[in-house]
Design a protein around this ligand. Structure first.
Ligand SMILES: Nc1ncnc2c1ncn2[C@@H]1O[C@H](COP(=O)(O)OP(=O)(O)OP(=O)(O)O)[C@@H](O)[C@H]1O
Length: 589
């Protein structure tokens, strides 16, 4: 399945504005009451703001022109009260929406992160971590900014604009009609350029994602960069993506800022029209001066929100571009679903713990790695997978652990299709010590208990007793701080061999039915390796072991050896035969 989020199949996927809004509002379902309250505050503040010009016009015509200063003062006081109440309502609305925005950001980030947890290894193979981080951090924030800062301003401005528009047309239809002509032009203009603005912003977010991926890659590999003295090379590469990001940011900024001046010109045009036509009407005695001042204030009340809306609309386009990138993740489905209807319960104790039936496998857009492979692994036995580099050993092990599904054929665990097992059950039954074990920042205890709920509540003493029972205490003894030894993800606090020891303890303590060791002793000294070998021998009789190793001495005790190469997994028979096959393969290549 194509999981590459930056491929045309995904980037072409755009939701319409309305559909995007509908989906976004789903994240606000729990906020309905607060939203209604915020909406009420908007109605109050907009309604009060709209009465301002009426009060001014009325005061001029009825009191100022008749030199009635007592009433003038009274109405000025009333105006102050109106504006202060509007201010209070505005403040309340900003506070409410700030809270809603932050909660939405929280929910949105959780949703994206939760989805990432559901997706298969293939997704992570095809996407760069930096880009995913940028989607979780930056793009969700763009959506949040719109919701927390702009959404209600947007609504309140629309409310003000419609209210002022109604006043304009009802006071003087022809003058109102003339005042609204520039607005009609704006509507068409906005519709035409919005998709382009959204595209420009999407391009900018994409390049921010690429930049983040570049930073992530060089920070992750800084040792190699320093060792090979490639700082300049990476500096140049960063310079390149930074330049691209700069160019797309300028493009997005220009597109986003285009709304403002055009909207400004239209507002001025409307005022000019009203002023010219209005003075003509006053001269003919059809209009009072007070009414014209109110009228101009309404033109202002109509176009100021429009100007605001232009800024908000631009931000809305940014939020939509961010939403497109987020929803590309949210709409993905894992291509490793658990088969419905079947049950993995009633664990049958078949002798065959694992079986491949006519399995074919290829990575996306790559040539086949496995071709029509069939084999069985019996309970309690030790198997070795040998073969040349790139022959397909790790791939075979990954299919055993269901990190991928076969392109064709079936993989059976304990006599049942592996696809019927829930991930928790499957990973409990199959332990996988990866070629490059990954440790999380924390302590050895945290890392040993990773994904192992059974001992989560154990004290260190209890856990040490379990470790002793599993005969792993001599491995733990290699760490001075014991279970509390600190581990950093950068890996500097523990050596690669020590990491493999921790991964080994982690996997063995889960007591899996099947334990896969992928080059798990490659970085361990010979004495420790012998110790591991001993521990492996002492695992319960029912545990099946699959060992992938380049050092052939590590597989001396295997019950069966499989040779993995050229798409095939064949029985190698004895160790000598496996060595001959490897030598033959080397000579051929
Ligand atoms: N994620 C991937 N995407 C595309 N091709 C891959 C991927 N992982 C491995 N391959 C390819 O699949 C083939 C088998 O790789 P695999 O890692 O299974 O070999 P291996 O026998 O375990 O090698 P090694 O002994 O070096 O670990 C190789 O040609 C490799 O390039």
């Amino acid at each position: 399945m194509n999981y590459n989020l930056n491929s045309p199949a995904h980037t072409a996927q755009k939701t319409s504005t309305l559909a995007a809004l509908k989906k976004l509002f789903r994240f606000l379902e729990a906020e309905q009451r607060t939203l209604i309250l915020a909406f009420l505050t908007i109605m109050v503040s907009s309604g009060l703001n709209l009465t301002g010009p009426v009060i001014i016009g009325y005061t001029i015509d009825h009191f100022i022109q008749h030199h009635d200063y007592q009433h003038t003062l009274l109405f000025c006081g009333l105006l102050l009260l109106v504006y202060m109440t509007a201010f209070g309502a505005n403040y309340l609305q900003a506070r409410i929406m700030g809270g809603i925005g932050q909660r939405m950001l929280f929910t949105l980030r959780n949703a994206v992160f939760g989805k990432l947890q559901e997706l298969p290894v293939a997704f992570f193979n095809q996407n760069k971590t930096g880009d995913l981080i940028s989607r979780i951090n930056n793009d969700t924030d763009k959506v949040n900014q719109f919701f927390s800062q702009y959404l209600l301003q947007f609504v309140s401005n629309i409310f003000l604009m419609v209210g002022a528009g109604i006043f304009l047309v009802s006071i003087h239809p022809s003058l109102g009609g003339a005042a609204l002509v520039p607005a009609a032009f704006l509507l068409i203009f906005t519709r035409l350029i919005s998709p382009w603005v959204r595209r420009k912003n999407a391009a900018n977010m994409k390049s921010t994602g690429s930049m983040s991926a570049e930073v992530q890659e060089s920070l992750n590999n800084f040792k190699v960069i320093i060792a090979f003295n490639r700082r300049d090379y990476f500096r140049k590469r960063f310079d390149q993506v930074n330049k691209e990001n700069y160019a797309t940011a300028v493009g997005a900024g220009m597109a986003t800022n285009l709304f403002m001046p055009v909207f400004g010109v239209c507002a001025q045009l409307a005022q000019l029209i009203v002023l010219t036509y209005g003075i003509y009407q006053v001269a003919n005695g059809n209009f009072t001066v007070g009414l014209l001042i109110s009228y101009l204030a309404y033109v202002n009340s109509f176009y100021t929100p429009i100007r605001q809306i232009s800024i908000l609309w631009a931000n809305f386009q940014v939020a939509l571009a961010g939403w497109d990138r987020i929803s590309q993740i949210l709409t993905l489905q894992s291509d490793l679903p658990v088969l419905a209807g079947a049950s993995a319960n009633g664990h049958s104790h078949t002798d065959t713990v694992m079986e491949f039936k006519d399995v074919h496998f290829s990575y996306p857009d790559s040539k086949p790695v496995l071709h029509n492979v069939s084999f069985q692994l019996q309970r309690g036995k030790t198997y070795a997978l040998v073969g040349p580099t790139g022959g397909g050993k790790t791939t075979t092990a990954s299919l055993i652990a269901r990190l991928y599904d076969p392109t064709e054929g079936e993989v059976m665990l304990n006599g049942k299709d592996i696809r019927i097992y829930e991930p928790a059950e499957r990973s409990g039954r199959i332990g996988f010590i990866l070629q490059e074990p990954f440790l999380f920042t924390g302590t050895i205890r945290d890392n040993i208990l990773f994904g192992n709920e059974q001992y989560a509540a154990y004290s260190n003493e209890q856990l040490a007793a379990v470790i002793q029972e599993a005969q792993l205490e001599s491995l733990l003894a290699r760490f001075e701080g014991g279970l509390d030894t600190k581990v950093l993800t950068t890996g500097d606090s523990v050596s690669l061999g020590q990491k493999q020891l921790i991964a080994f303890i982690r996997a063995v303590l889960r007591r899996p039915d099947l334990l896969i060791l992928d080059e798990a002793t490659a970085n361990i000294d010979t004495i420790t390796e012998q110790l591991l070998e001993k521990i492996l021998q002492q695992l319960p009789d029912t545990t099946t072991r699959v060992i992938i190793a380049h050092r052939l001495n590590t597989i001396e005790n295997a019950d069966e050896i499989f040779f993995v190469n050229g798409g095939e997994v064949t029985r190698a028979g004895s160790l000598d035969h496996a060595v001959n096959m490897l030598l033959h393969e080397k000579r051929e290549s």
